[in-house]
Design a protein around this ligand. Structure first.
Ligand SMILES: Cc1ncc(COP(=O)(O)O)c(C=O)c1O
Length: 374
């Protein structure tokens, strides 16, 4: 595909950093992971950071450390990458899917209170595509029920909400460093928190449940191996030097793309509330109902342009639909976003001509798929 959805900004700096780690002979979690944690903490402003092998293991680790277990409920938005709910199911708990606000694709705080029961153990909003969920009302409602809040900030490193950093907005926040995220380590993640006790629990559980003694370790819990290796962390350290430019580039290009596609009939560009500065990890538009979104994806492919759905209506996936049996109509906005949201390419290698090409191809693809298969 000549225009790809995303291209990670990796180069010689990352190669040199990895070479140094490999030559050092110390490859597992160590000094580079600590350096990476310090760099992310300096941006996000939390007291603690735990580098982990992915956002998925980070979300799992945070929920375990918060004591989520069998029979508990965790409230999540319906619209997310399924890892958000997988970790809840893996703990024997039940994800309670709440519908979204279609403007921001984020959990609708107006529906949160009614989703909380005596079994609720945590609330886990997602910052969809790097645009922060409406955290003030979410935190306020959760606090009223005495519940911790975990930000699924997988896409939101350096995104802000009322000027505050994503990942610092709740009890804990979790970033992803998958190659489609803001910065990458290949695979990787990080859990941020200001809570000393939670940080200590996560540090122990991240590394086999072990506590280091004078001569050897003692195992105080049946923990996991969720560490990020120094090989991966070294890539993260190199990436952090590029973070300000990467985020500024994404925001600028998103603005340029919006200028080009604004006004295409049936296509709603991303909506950005004025108190939120998103990362544009993905640039996601919403198509009118009479446009066949999957047809548009196919047509764009014929133009040699990679596009995809926004993300998933999790209640429509067999993993959750068959287990929990939630009808599509129960989450109307999520169902609509699942069917009609479209991710367009956005990355630093797209020049003005590429952005023009995307806009022209989108205009044609939408026109060709109006009144489509549905
Ligand atoms: C919202 C959200 N949460 C969690 C994840 C999982 O991240 P990882 O691939 O680092 O496990 C993703 C990845 O796409 C995501 O978009």
């Amino acid at each position: 595909m000549s225009i790809r959805l995303n291209v990670p900004e990796t180069g010689d700096e990352e190669i040199d950093a990895v070479r140094t780690v490999i030559q050092s002979g110390y490859l597992t979690q160590g000094a580079r992971a600590a350096e990476f944690e310090a760099l992310v903490k300096a941006v996000v402003g939390t007291q603690h950071a735990a580098a982990v092998s992915s956002a998925t293991t980070g979300l799992h680790l945070a929920l375990v450390a918060l004591g989520v277990g069998p029979g508990d409920e965790v409230v999540v938005p319906g619209f997310s990458f399924p890892a958000t709910a997988n970790v809840v199911v893996q703990l024997g708990a039940v994800p309670i899917f709440v519908d979204i606000d279609l403007d921001t694709f984020n959990l609708d705080p107006g529906l949160l209170d009614a989703a909380i029961t005596a079994r609720t153990k945590a609330v886990m909003p997602v910052h969809a595509f790097g645009l922060c969920a409406d955290m003030d009302p979410i935190n306020e409602i959760a606090a009223r029920h005495g519940l911790p809040v975990v930000e699924d900030a997988a896409c939101a490193l350096a995104g802000t909400y009322h000027g505050r950093q994503a990942g610092s907005l709740a009890t804990a926040g979790v970033f992803s460093f998958h190659p489609r995220k803001i910065i990458t380590t290949g695979e990787g993640g990080m859990v941020m928190t200001d809570d000393d006790h939670l940080a200590e629990r996560m540090a122990i559980l991240r590394a086999h449940g072990a506590v280091r003694g004078e001569l050897y370790m003692e195992f105080v819990d049946a923990g996991y191996n969720y560490r990020l290796s120094d090989v991966h962390a070294a890539i993260g350290v190199a990436q952090m030097a590029k973070l300000p430019r990467i985020v500024a580039d994404r925001r600028a290009r998103a603005g340029e793309l919006t200028r080009r596609i604004d006004g295409i009939d049936g296509v709603r560009p991303p909506v950005v509330p004025e108190h939120i500065d998103p990362t544009f990890q993905s640039y996601v538009v919403l198509l009118d109902d009479e446009i066949d979104r999957d047809g548009v994806i196919r047509s764009m492919r014929e133009h040699d342009i990679e596009t995809t759905l926004g993300t998933y209506g999790m209640h429509l996936q067999p993993a959750f639909r068959d287990r929990f049996g939630i009808p599509a109509e129960a989450l109307p906005a999520t169902t609509r976003a699942h069917r009609q949201a479209l991710t367009l390419p956005l990355h630093a290698r797209l020049g003005p001509d590429d952005l023009d090409t995307i806009a022209v191809a989108l205009t044609a693809s939408v026109a060709a798929n109006r009144g489509g298969s549905r």
